[in-house]
Write a protein that binds this ligand. Structure first.
Ligand code: PHE
Length: 344
């Protein structure tokens, strides 16, 4: 028995396998159910107790050697199969990868920011969860103003007066933060997400995006406001787009106006986008109310300013003729991939 084991041991040590079939033959010969090891163990059962003691150990070592040899080649052949698989055609083109596209709201927001940056405006941001002071009180909202009602505002915590915490309903809150913490002149735009408690439909959503703007300095006038916004519209919608201002009301501006542009779809001749009026409203604006300046610690005798605010969804709808606001937040790639993105 010892002789047999010695012979097989040197055979196993010398064994190499270049192919899976060779390894399989090895397995059958030594480790198979009718293989050499099984046979040796059968013989082992018949030997006397003296020999059992010596051969038990020898036989187990032999078995271990065969198993190790087998595993060693199995591993190297398995990994070799992948890199040398003759069924792979290396001349085939590789899998392409899809480049995502920017969201239409981001495209338009970036365009708006670029236009105002060229006029010297900087970008300012602020928190989406706001207190009553920054969202309402500092902006001259009377205590009983309907915009404070539960209907319009998502309150996170209802406290007593100014310790109400809510999701901001406009980014005018960022204007307050900016004026409180700095000194004029201010020339900034505030892009960001805002929230209002509205039922979701094609025309309304419980969150949307705004870009607001603020310009405060000595001698800022309503004509500065008009010229800035006129220039903005020419840049965004093209030369020749008409604008008109209609008197309006906002608690934080006096006088206040809403600005319409000639319908970008029908160019003013009338279509269902502009409800056959030839005009579409795109933003609210006005001269910053002196009360707001004073609330933020700015001398309203010395400084004046203008502010404006627009919804990015509205601007985007007019640019790309999108009629349902819900498309912006549903993440349907068939919609999203229509917007060509510049490679960055
Ligand atoms: N904050 C206003 C809104 O959300 C927009 C606005 C900003 C109007 C600045 C006038 C001046 O509707």
């Amino acid at each position: 028995m010892q002789e047999q084991i010695d012979k097989y041991t040197s055979e196993i040590k010398a064994f190499t396998a270049a192919k899976a079939e060779e390894l399989e033959a090895f397995r059958i010969k030594y480790l198979g159910t009718k293989g050499i090891i099984k046979d040796l163990f059968d013989q082992f059962k018949t030997v006397g107790p003296e020999e059992k003691r010596t051969f038990g150990k020898v036989l187990n070592q032999f078995k271990q050697l065969a198993e190790e040899k087998y595993n060693e080649f199995k591993e190297s052949l398995d990994s070799g199969v992948k890199s040398h698989d003759s069924s792979q055609d290396l001349t085939l083109p590789g899998d392409g990868f899809e480049v995502g596209s920017r969201h239409p709201l981001s495209l338009v927001r970036n365009e708006i920011i670029d236009i105002f940056k060229r006029l010297g405006f900087v970008v300012a941001e602020g928190p989406e969860i706001e207190d009553d002071w920054h969202n309402f009180s500092a902006l001259n909202f009377p205590e009983e103003h309907p915009a404070r009602d539960m209907q319009d505002t998502f309150f996170v915590r209802k406290g007593e007066g100014n310790d109400d915490i809510a999701l901001r309903t406009h980014t005018s809150s960022v204007q307050v933060r900016m004026m409180e913490s700095g000194k004029p002149p201010f020339r900034a735009i505030m892009p960001g997400r805002v929230y209002r408690n509205e039922a979701i439909s094609a025309r309304a959503h419980c969150f949307f995006h705004q870009v607001e703007g603020l310009y405060v300095d000595e001698n800022v006038s309503f004509s500065d406001l008009k010229q800035t916004l006129y220039h903005f519209v020419q840049e965004l919608y093209g030369e020749g787009t008409k604008v008109r201002f209609r008197p309006s009301y906002f608690p934080f501006t006096e006088p206040s106006a809403e600005m319409d542009i000639s319908c970008t779809i029908c160019k003013g001749s009338g279509c269902n986008m502009c409800k056959y009026s030839g005009w579409v409203e795109i933003l609210g604006c006005g001269m910053v109310d002196p009360n707001v300046l004073e609330n933020c610690g700015i001398d309203s005798k010395k400084y004046t300013g203008f502010a404006f605010g627009m919804g990015i969804e509205r601007i985007t709808n007019l640019k790309y003729v999108i009629r349902d606001l819900r498309l912006f937040s549903e993440n349907d790639v068939r919609f999203l991939k229509q917007f060509q993105t510049e490679i960055i």
